[in-house]
Design a protein around this ligand. Structure first.
Ligand code: PEP
Length: 248
C-alpha cells in the first residue's frame, strides 16, 4: 500500500512577520517546486492564526501546503476568541491539527471536544491531523494502547475518519529531546492502523530531527512526521522532508 508521506511542521506559538518571511523563503527555496510532491512526500506548515494570510500569500503555487493548529467545534456565533473551520478554509488551509497534547493538557480539551473539532474540520472540507498519545506515566503503567484507542475511538464514534491524518505523539517525547524508538513507534502505529484504513496516513511526532528521522520513517506504518521544534529551523525542516522523500 503506497501512501503519500507527509511532513507537517507545527510552529506552535512562535514567529513574527519578519522571521516567518525568512523561514518560508528558505523552505520554499530548499524544497524546490512541484518536483518535491512528485517524490511521494508532501510538506506542510501549521502556523498561528494571525499569520495565515502571510503564509497563504507566500506558499500559494509552491509545493508546500499550510494549515492551522486548532479550530472551534462551532460553525459560528458568540464564541469570543474562537476561529471556525470556514474561516480557515477562507485562507485556503488544507490541514488543521486537532487534539494536540498541549491543547488537551493545557487547555483541558476532552476526548469529546476533540471529536467535535474533528467533525467540524471535516465538515468544513479541511483535513484534520488528529493527535493521540500517552503520557510517560501511562506508558509505564502499560496503558499506551488503551489510551490511544480511547482517544481515537472518541473520534471514530462520531463518524468517518475519511482521508484525515492520524499522528501518534507520545507526550513524553514532545519537546523533550527524547524520541520513541523506531520499534516503539511502529508498535503503536501498527496497533492504530487496525482501527483505521490501509490508506490512512499515520505520522509520528516527538522530537523528530533530521538525524533521527530516517530510522523512524523507515518503519512500515510510519508515513511521515509532525514536527515541532525542528520545523522552525529551515535547514532542519528541509532535512526531515528530504529524508521522507528518500524513503521507499
Ligand atoms: C509537536 O509539537 O507536535 C512536536 C512533535 O514537537 P517536537 O517536535 O518539538 O517534539
Amino acid at each position: 500500500m503506497t501512501r503519500t508521506r507527509l511532513v507537517a511542521g507545527n510552529w506552535k506559538m512562535h514567529g513574527n512577520r519578519a522571521a516567518n518571511a525568512a523561514l518560508l523563503d528558505a523552505i520554499v527555496r530548499g524544497l524546490g517546486s512541484a518536483h518535491f510532491a512528485e517524490g511521494g512526500v508532501e510538506c506542510a506548515v501549521c502556523v498561528p492564526f494571525p499569520y495565515l494570510a502571510q503564509v497563504a500569500e507566500r506558499l500559494r503555487g509552491t509545493a508546500v501546503a499550510w494549515g492551522a493548529q486548532n479550530l472551534s467545534e462551532h460553525a459560528q456565533g458568540a464564541y469570543t476568541g474562537e476561529v471556525s473551520a470556514a474561516m480557515l478554509a477562507d485562507f485556503d488551509c488544507k490541514y488543521v491539527i486537532v487534539g494536540h497534547s498541549e491543547r488537551r493538557q493545557l487547555f483541558g480539551e476532552s476526548d469529546g471536544q476533540v471529536a467535535a473539532k474533528f467533525a467540524a474540520a471535516r465538515k468544513g472540507a479541511l483535513t484534520p491531523i488528529l493527535c493521540v498519545g500517552e503520557t510517560l506515566e501511562e506508558r509505564d503503567a502499560g496503558r499506551t494502547e488503551q489510551v490511544v484507542a480511547r482517544q481515537l475511538d472518541a473520534v471514530l464514534g462520531k463518524g468517518e475518519f475519511g482521508d484525515a491524518v492520524l499522528a501518534y505523539e507520545p507526550v513524553w517525547a514532545i519537546g523533550t529531546g527524547r524520541t520513541a524508538t523506531p520499534e516503539q513507534a511502529q508498535d503503536v502505529h501498527a496497533f492504530l492502523r487496525k482501527r483505521v484504513t490501509p490508506q490512512t496516513r499515520i505520522l509520528y511526532g516527538g522530537s523528530v530531527k533530521a538525524d533521527n528521522a530516517a530510522a523512524i520513517f523507515a518503519m512500515p506504518d510510519v508515513d511521515g512526521g509532525l514536527i515541532g521544534g525542528a520545523s522552525l529551523v529551515a535547514r532542519d525542516f528541509i532535512g526531515i522532508c528530504r529524508v521522507a522523500e528518500r524513503k521507499g
